[in-house]
Design a binder for this molecule. Sequence first.
Ligand SMILES: [Zn+2]
Length: 149
Amino acid sequence: MSECVFCAVLQGLKGAEVYRSPSGRAYRKVRDLPASVAILGHDQFYRGYTVVIARTHATELYDLADGELAQYLADMVGVARALDRAFRPRKMNYECLGNTVAHLHWHLFPRHTDDPNPKRPTWQHAHEPPAVSDAEAAATIAAICRHLA
Ligand SMILES: [Zn+2]
């Protein structure tokens, strides 16, 4: 289990707002939730992009016990609702893939009115993730948290 990137992130975010991985990447906590931890996505090209990581190391949604699954989905929808209220996107995209990191996590991508390729998945629009300062990340997290129950 120790080789799982997200297990390491969850461990690193216990009692911390930011975890820096051995490679130097910063993982910024948005909020601790009952069945998950929400973190700010690295690529803020899609403003507000958030990842909701299950507390339990599991690969598939159906691997979670029913009660935990219901809570995990409620956590995810609550974050999506907060993103909607914070940023008023045109559409929300929900992606649960796990092909690279096989630990349950939802990618929540707000799709904004200035989206350059609004009808296609985010990964089909080549772009460089914008540089985000600590202050900008903190402002984005604060905007999301204002609307999180
Ligand atoms: Zn894991």
